[in-house]
Design a protein around this ligand. Structure first.
Ligand code: ADP
Ligand code: NI
Length: 210
């Protein structure tokens, strides 16, 4: 199975190498590492978690037609058993955040990969990705007159106007409380505190204090 992983890695790497909206190869590489760490700590199927992490963003609606993404993943997994392929497809089609309205995921492996993806959305890297994403959409970093949005549909989450700072309240600060696994919760703790400290410092500097 090592060869299958090498092939899939090479494919995803060349495909997402220069992607600009926060789904670049380095994101996939980090999520894959976290998925392996969490899978080991939780006793989950390491192969399924690793492959699902590698392909998880190929079906993202921001990168193109998700249906086409599914076909691409099926093709990529042609040497993987049907049972594992079905499991991996199920994982990647259920883990995305999209405004918070998705039902909880079911299998242990889905929980592991979802936690791994969420870890990369928080902490120092999460902050950096948020500003890169906001910049790529033409959003401002902060507007004190634009309050964060509360409940959101998928389309308003994607299309409505927001700011990088609002994204902390709309998503990032909620993620710690949605971690599925013990190991995921543990790893989220320090990253969450770092974001709170970042926001304190940001507001101080915004006011010209400190
Ligand atoms: P989603 O969870 O909606 O699928 P992604 O994880 O695909 O979003 O988003 C990629 C990165 O961009 C993440 O770090 C995410 O927090 C960030 N991001 C998503 N939407 C916004 C937004 N409206 N403003 C700023 N950052 C965003
Ligand atoms: Ni991702």
């Amino acid at each position: 199975m090592e060869n299958v992983i090498i092939e899939i890695r090479a494919y995803v790497q060349q495909k997402l190498e220069s992607e600009g909206s926060g789904h670049d190869w380095s994101h996939i590489d980090r999520v894959t590492k976290y998925a392996k760490t969490i899978a080991e700590a939780e006793g989950a199927d390491g192969f399924v978690c690793e492959v699902a992490a590698l392909v998880h963003d190929l079906v993202d609606d921001k990168l193109g037609d998700p249906e086409e993404g599914i076909r691409e993943v099926e093709h990529l997994l042609k040497k993987v058993s049907t049972k594992e392929t079905d499991h991996i497809l199920n994982i990647i089609s259920t883990i995305s955040f999209k405004g918070g309205g998705m039902p909880p995921v079911e299998s242990l492996e889905a929980k592991v990969v979802q936690d791994a993806d969420r870890l990369d959305a928080i902490g120092a890297i999460g902050i950096a990705r948020t500003f890169v994403y906001a910049g790529s959409k033409g959003d401002q970093m902060y507007d004190p007159h634009l309050p964060p949005r509360e409940a959101m549909s998928v389309s308003s989450y994607r299309k409505g106007r927001s700011t990088a700072i609002n994204h902390f309240y709309e998503k990032l600060l909620k993620l710690k409380g949605t971690m599925n696994t013990k190991k995921g919760k543990e790893l989220a703790e320090e990253r969450h505190k770092f974001m709170e400290a970042f926001l304190d410092q940001f507001y101080n500097e915004w006011e010209g204090k400190g």
